[in-house]
Design a protein around this ligand. Structure first.
Ligand SMILES: [Zn+2]
Ligand SMILES: [Zn+2]
Ligand SMILES: [Zn+2]
Length: 482
């Protein structure tokens, strides 16, 4: 066996025109005055950023890590002059801190390791944005031999938490997409979750910056005065404490029996609070908690906010492997259609052929119904975009429960439903639709307090002598004018 000799070679460091050379490696040095241009480091093995101004360093590192140029975003970046502030996000997105340029010799192995790992990555182009972003994320983790995506509470984040490596790829107002991508990766088994916390987002713009307050159920005002409710044991009288209070000395006496109240728990107690609205004077026990979005001003009851789990994610074996094996585009099938329905174009085509069949066989019967949900927009507004789809699925299911499997449902849009009913007399079809619409109204009133769904519908036999589109337009026009 041959003898292995180790040589230690003193490597030279040189510095010229913002390029720092150490042995075989060159690093671009972003000094305090350098343009914040991520591409400047593309031709080098990495970068060193002067982090004296932490905000400026953050802007630059965001540009580097969000770059789509693989020669930029994956490369090692070190901070120098990073002393006074400790910023989690900056730390997470960089590969270490240098106290002096000489210290780069201690990082040489890291630079080499990252370079080697980068060379192992799958480099095929991704077709969809989701896959592209997620591939960048797992590539970054792979080249850093990291496995965890941990959320960092961040007041600058639109959703209140930042997953730095993922979030850099998004503008603040679209940061909720970080959660969409992580959800997608979860359904594809690339990551697995550990519950960390829950956030509540505005159901319109998905911002976590909402201001909550107790409001009057009658006039929505937040100008409420809470008061103790007092229960006098001996006579049973219950009323707000102000009714008991002597205006001069503040002692308590019962407005009903005039006895003095002395000891709480002995001759009286305070069973609960009561609220008075200072705007409309309404007195009530249960206020409504509303949340006003500080970004889009949307103001809804808190039950309508979007609740999202914030998890710490770990890469699965499949996830780690995807960095070098790639992500199969076949995995990406974002569900667009509502379960058990066909899209409107398909519906039209089916009805077209139905007409042809009826022309040749006059015994065939076919009806179709148009249902317009007049005021359902108000519910959509309250439940938000995410739940709108879930609601449509429920609506489709109710319709489905009332018709036969051979009948066809289609949403022309989120307020107009078309149903094709085959082999049924007109009167029977009318009955079926009437029942389904009633069920739908019940669903809505059971789920949305004080809301009455206004639904209009019309059932007609499919006409042989008329194009389906024409017949459909005539019916919707008729319904709209009702
Ligand atoms: Zn909002
Ligand atoms: Zn009020
Ligand atoms: Zn009393």
């Amino acid at each position: 066996m041959g003898k292995i000799t180790e040589y230690t070679v003193e490597k030279k460091t040189t510095f010229k025109d913002n390029v720092f050379t150490y042995g075989d490696y060159t690093l671009f040095y972003y000094d305090h005055d350098s343009p914040l241009n991520a591409e400047l480091m593309a031709a080098h093995d990495g970068a060193i950023i002067d982090a004296r101004d932490v905000q400026q360093a953050k802007i630059l590192i965001r540009r580097i890590r969000s770059s789509n140029n693989a020669e930029v975003f994956l490369k090692p970046v070190f901070l120098i002059n990073y002393k006074e502030h400790f910023d989690n996000i900056l730390t997470e997105l960089t590969d270490g801190t240098l106290l002096s340029f000489e210290q780069i010799s201690e990082k040489a192995n890291d630079i080499k390791a990252i370079k080697t790992l980068i060379s192992q990555l799958d480099k095929s182009e991704s077709k969809t944005f989701e896959v592209q972003v997620f591939k960048k994320v797992i590539d970054y983790l792979y080249t850093r031999e990291a496995r965890t995506l941990a959320p960092i509470p961040d007041p600058n984040s639109f959703i209140g938490f930042t997953y730095p490596v993922v979030s850099v790829n998004f503008e603040p107002f679209e940061e909720f997409m970080v959660l969409d991508i992580l959800d997608w990766a979860l359904t594809q088994d690339y990551i697995w979750p550990d519950y960390f916390d829950r956030i509540y987002l505005c159901n319109q713009c998905k911002s976590a910056h909402v201001s909550m307050r107790e409001t009057c159920p009658t006039c929505q005002s937040s100008q409420l005065k809470p008061e103790d409710l007092v229960h006098h044991f001996s006579c049973g009288y219950i009323g707000p404490i102000s009714d008991f209070k002597n205006k001069i000395d503040g002692t308590l006496s019962c407005p009903k029996c005039s006895k003095n109240l002395r000891h709480i728990g002995v001759d009286y107690d305070k069973p609960s609070l009561i609220n008075q609205c200072l705007d409309c004077n309404e007195v009530f026990q249960d206020y409504k908690v509303k949340a006003r979005c500080l970004h889009c001003k949307n103001d809804v009851e808190v039950q309508y906010l979007l609740a999202k789990d914030i998890n710490v994610y770990k890469l699965t074996k499949k996830g780690r492997n995807a960095a070098i094996a790639g992500i199969s585009e076949g995995d990406v099938e974002l569900e667009n259609s509502v379960l058990n329905t066909v899209n409107f174009k398909t519906f039209s085509t089916i009805l077209h052929y139905e007409r042809q069949r009826m022309k040749t066989n006059p015994v065939l019967k076919s009806c179709f119904a148009v249902i317009i949900l007049d005021n359902i927009h108000e519910i959509y507004k309250n439940v938000g975009k995410n739940n709108e789809k879930a609601l449509l699925v429920d609506i489709a299911q109710i319709m489905r429960d009332n018709i036969t499997p051979a009948d066809i449902i289609s949403f022309q849009n989120n307020t107009t439903i078309c149903i094709n009913i085959n082999d049924e007399e007109y009167a029977m079809a009318e009955q079926v639709i009437n029942k389904a619409v009633q069920k739908l109204k019940d669903l809505v009133s059971n789920n949305f307090e004080n809301f009455e769904l206004k639904a209009k519908y019309k059932v007609e036999g499919v006409k042989i002598d008329k194009q389906f589109e024409t017949q459909f337009r005539e019916i919707t026009k008729l319904l709209a004018e009702q």
